[in-house]
Design a protein around this ligand. Structure first.
Ligand SMILES: C[S@@+](CC[C@H](N)C(=O)[O-])C[C@H]1O[C@@H](n2cnc3c(N)ncnc32)[C@H](O)[C@@H]1O
Length: 275
């Protein structure tokens, strides 16, 4: 399945409009593989035919499905490990001390994909800060792909997924085997919830957060969208709260909003006030 350059350009435009993800023309061939099954299910004979259906605007939900099919959902439990060690040594103890009175923590796993980041955070809190069992703690994962939001909510993982990054001790303590899959235990699941949200569009109802994890998604956005998103996140962080980015990412577009700190081998960010 292939189509003309102008059809690929149209598809890149659909993805940009729906998810703000920039797709480089050198990656046009990805449309061929990722859209094959949606095109067939929609009754299109080939990609060109499918693009014509999209152009005719019928049915509108197909535009969203195209953007969703083009998302990169790569993730794993305790991904990159260092940020989780830093959270355990630096950010979590600070937040717990600051919020002792309210006994409430809100954490946002923005672009949560299939949920491993959110569940890793919940497992870390349960494992290293058991007193939080008496607190009101919620980790909210959001993603633009409804498929991964449902997957995360289900809290069941295949062997290859639990074999990536999850220490055996944590696996046995916080997941139970269900046939060929492993299910996150109710205590950890009840700390997490997952919702659809487009980070580059007006946000749905979300609370304010003590900690925002925004990892491995900025690379898909334009500088303009990144800057707007940093502004949105700045407004969503409760004073005293933190922002953690992916290993290769920086808040370079918004240096007036955040100050950077380095501890336990990681960079992380705090909103700057009164500037
Ligand atoms: C590479 S995964 C990163 C997952 C996780 N944050 C991590 O670091 O392991 C990127 C995720 O961003 C989501 N995404 C892409 N564009 C988005 C947008 N505009 N709004 C919300 N989520 C988006 C994708 O669906 C995908 O699940």
């Amino acid at each position: 399945m292939a189509c003309s350059d102008s059809d690929y350009e149209y598809l890149r435009g659909v993805v940009m409009e729906q998810s703000a993800n920039q797709i480089d023309p050198s990656r046009n061939a990805l449309f061929d593989t990722r859209l094959t099954s949606i095109a067939r299910l929609s009754g299109a004979a080939n990609l060109e035919d499918f693009v014509n259906m999209l152009k005719a605007g019928k049915p509108a939900h197909l535009h969203r499905a195209v953007a969703e099919a083009m998302t990169v959902n790569e993730t794993s439990f305790f991904r990159d490990i260092a940020p989780f060690e830093m959270l355990r040594e630096v950010i979590f103890p600070r937040l717990i001390e600051q919020r002792l009175e309210k006994r409430r923590l809100r954490i946002w796993s923005a672009a949560s994909s299939t949920g491993q980041e959110a569940y890793s955070l919940a497992m870390s809190l349960a494992e290293y800060f058991p007193a939080l069992a008496q607190w009101d703690v919620k980790i909210i994962g959001t993603d633009i792909s409804r498929h991964v939001v449902d997957y995360a909510q289900r809290g069941r993982y295949r062997r290859v997924e639990v074999n990536r990054g999850l220490p055996a001790r944590m696996l046995l303590k916080y997941l139970v085997r269900e046939g060929e899959e492993w299910e996150v235990v109710p205590r950890i699941r009840s700390m997490c919830e997952f919702r659809y949200a487009n980070l580059c569009a007006p946000m749905p109802q979300l609370p304010e957060f003590d900690l925002v994890m925004l990892r491995n998604v900025l690379l898909y956005f334009s500088q303009h969208d990144r800057r707007a998103l940093f502004g949105e996140i700045y407004r969503k962080i409760i004073p005293g709260g933190y922002l953690v980015l992916g290993n290769a990412e920086q808040a370079e577009d918004s240096t007036n909003l955040f100050e950077v700190e380095f501890a336990a081998n990681c960079y992380f960010y705090r909103p700057v006030y009164g500037s």
